[in-house]
Write a new protein. Structure first.
Length: 67
């Protein structure tokens, strides 16, 4: 599992993930959409932490700088 997320991509994903998680908890979104928002936020945050996105791998996208 090679990293395929670059620095800016990781920052955007962590911010979006945390925003979705907080929106699911605090924004008053109706059930079950609050769970969908929190789940999507968790996926964004997790892919940011591990620097790997399975969808990027499937489509051959790599935003990680070349080494």
């Amino acid at each position: 599992m090679n990293a395929n997320l670059g620095g800016l991509d990781r920052v955007v994903r962590i911010v979006a993930g945390l925003a979705l998680i907080l929106a699911g908890f605090m924004a008053g979104i109706a059930e079950p959409w609050n769970w969908v928002a929190m789940g999507a936020g968790a996926v964004f945050a997790l892919t940011s932490v591990v620097s790997f996105c399975p969808l990027y791998a499937i489509f051959g996208i790599n935003s990680c700088p070349r080494k």
